[in-house]
Design a protein around this ligand. Sequence first.
Ligand SMILES: Cc1ncc(COP(=O)(O)O)c(C=O)c1O
Length: 422
Amino acid sequence: MADYFKMSSEERQSELEQLRKVYQEYQSKQLQLDMSRGKPCTQQLDLSMDMLNPIDYHTETGFDSRNYGVLEGLPETRRFFAELLDVQPEEIIVGGNSSLQMMYYLIDLGCRRGFVDSPRPWSQEETVKFICPVPGYDRHFRVTEYFGFELIRVDMTENGPDMDAVEELVQDPSVKGIWCVPLYSNPDGYVYSDETVRRLAAMKTAAPDFKIIWDDAYCVHHLTDEPQHTLNILQECRKAGNELRPLIQCSTSKITFPGAGVSAVAADEKNVTYILKNMMPMLISYDKMNQLRHVRYLKNKQGVLEHMKKHRAILQPKFELVKETLQRRLTPCGKVAWWTDPKGGYFISLYVEDGCAKRVVELCKQAGVVLTAAGAAYPKEYDPNDHHIRIAPSYPTLEELETASELLTVCVRIAVLEKLMQ
Ligand SMILES: Cc1ncc(COP(=O)(O)O)c(C=O)c1O
């Protein structure tokens, strides 16, 4: 193998022919592998099955959690999430089985009613704009797109969103918020620096009701011996007099069971009171039996961190395998691609030569390996450089992942050679 960018056209032709033969061999294997969504694998799901053993559903105060009531969440569950997110129990609302649903609810609330600090509901504004750091979590973007907002792209850097761009954008009063995944961002695995957090907290926004949706989905999902942390956004906002700005999210989806976990919002008490008042017409209580099961099983932050070590033991070798394969197969070909090296979370970003991502995903698909659609991590699924591919190593077995990663590298090499030979 040699640098594709330095090869003669004859050399490229011969390399391509060889790779096409390898590719055909993969095709003949009729693979059916999926690296598309960040789902825990069966072994990970098995880790939490003991949580479903029968328990006494009376809370620490003797309240029967099997019945209606306590919309804000059981006291022990509020305490549990408060410790996890480093806030006070009164600053927590324990939600249902999905933080995404909670985020949707909050955006909906902004539209219908506005927030405590809104001059009017967002739906009465001529335009509502939302900042989307890219690449980012596709489902965030879909929520704000669904409500008809204009999605403003800002580039992600290793330290978080490009803050110079963010600070300029928030001079516009129609810019009402920003999506953030501060720790082990989806999909790059980046961690917001202290400076980024401080600037987000302190920046002057033209909209008085600007909101930071702080999605701490991966707050305990470490993959190395160097657990990363971010500054506490609520504290930093409070220091700057902007305590109503952050709406913090998390859930146990990737701690226990996706779709059957418990979510939580953390925010200033004024926001908590206002959100609860607006939730009241919608429901009497979330699933408190599940709240209690979770607290009894995981106990506290220390318990969660111990549990997450078991996840890490399953996940880390998968991440290592993907990175090692990319390194071994792609580095000798020159700058055909680069990839991120996350210290936690669920994803690796693979950046291929501009104009090749769609082709790579298509080639993988035709050989039986499903990847997230190219461009999926961008608003309206449009990656202007057509270079980004999100890799989710968690779900396949190590053996499947090995095959899928090898095939992926073959597809990257074919796509780049095809481009260079055009
Ligand atoms: C950043 C981020 N937020 C939220 C979610 C979904 O969380 P939940 O299951 O709590 O709705 C995911 C799932 O992949 C995610 O990556």
